[in-house]
Design a protein around this ligand. Sequence first.
Ligand code: BEZ
Ligand code: FE
Length: 297
Amino acid sequence: MIDIDEWTITSAALKAQGGTANTRLKTVMDSLVRHLHEFAREVQLTEAEWAHGIDFLTRAGKITDDKRQEFILLSDVLGLSSLVTAQCNRRPTGCTEATVFGPFYVANAPKYDNGDDIANGASGEPCFVAGTIRGIDGEPIANAEIDVWQSDDEGNYDVQRPELAQAQGRGRLSSLEDGRYGFRSIVAVPYPIPHDGPVGQLLEKLGRHPWRPAHLHFMIRAPGYETLITHVFRSGGTYLDSDAVFGVRSSLIADWKRHEAGLAPDGTCMEEPFYTLDYDFVLNKAAKDYTLLPPSR
Ligand code: BEZ
Ligand code: FE
């Protein structure tokens, strides 16, 4: 492989990795090399721009640790996370749509009983969330594990507040025999994704804001069903049509109803106004016959 030029480099690079034993890895890497080279040719990438890109990725690497993942953030703001989520979660009509995972999930969150307050001290207006978990055929799903996580009213998740000794605004519940679930928490608010690093600087240069519309995160798991990772968004709020990470689906937008002080759904006598959110989830069966083919174009 000598005398490589700007045109023959692509076949030379593909030939060099021709011995890749893992066929999926070969498919992915061959395509990546072809697209990367085509990108560089299309924009006539300069050496200074190449160095700038390397510096950007280096800074992203340096700011990444076990609490901060700048590369996922980059994937999110470029729409790659949303694209991968969409193409990996094609489900029959009637199933709850999936959306991006985000970086603030924590495994093994505290377990709560239905009716408990998962805010656990997080600041915000009180909100009572309830609904039912069903399968695509309408059957209630008992004992589904429901992971929920959200920010406080300043837009911070508990993991962004190292001074906190315990989880706030997150927890795990099990659906009841009839598929119902319910918990108390706080009203979701819009918040900016972390934008004090290279991804934030990129957004600024692209003339974009870092905000996400108000939402609650859910992950719902039950044996025999596909795991659902999704959000419920608050209707009428800001940024619904300009989410920094392209996560909004209209089927996931719901009303948070405001109530004056008085009796809450769980029987508590509330001395301040409160909100209620009712949202039902529909899970797909984890059977092969429910697997959908990509839509034809
Ligand atoms: C979130 O909703 O938690 C989130 C999603 C993507 C990037 C940053 C935050
Ligand atoms: Fe979030």
